[in-house]
Design a protein around this ligand. Structure first.
Ligand code: FES
Length: 116
């Protein structure tokens, strides 16, 4: 069962910037892109890279560890690692592509809420 948590105090981000917050046991990464706040797991589903150290290009987030790219509009994988050839094939067998967990963010009554 999900709940909405007030993140108004953490959502004051400059355009194109990211910030990590903790809600319970979860590390959640916030990003402001074109005046919209996105919330997602900070841990890469590939091999647990810290996405807050990655590169944000528009709505594309690039993991700093092996270059996996996620589209923050829905969390889908655009590229699963930057590996090529046999390494890429083996890598997909060992760790198959998985979308990034995204969290719904809404504005209500002057507050910014994230659904966790
Ligand atoms: S840990 Fe993120 S791409 Fe490997």
């Amino acid at each position: 069962m999900s709940e909405y948590v007030d993140i108004s105090g953490s959502s004051n981000l400059d355009e194109g910037h990211m910030k990590v917050i903790t809600i319970g046991e979860r590390e959640i990464l916030l990003a402001r892109i074109r005046n919209k706040i996105y919330a997602m797991d900070n841990i890469c589903p590939h091999m647990k890279g810290r996405l807050s150290h990655g590169l944000l290009v528009g709505t594309i987030l690039v993991c700093p560890k092996h270059g996996t790219q996620f589209d923050l509009k829905d969390g889908r994988v655009l590229r699963w690692t930057e590996w090529t050839g046999a390494k890429q094939v083996l890598g997909k067998i060992v760790s198959f592509p998985r979308a990034l967990t995204m969290y719904n963010v809404i504005s209500e009554g002057g507050k910014v809420l994230v659904e966790v």
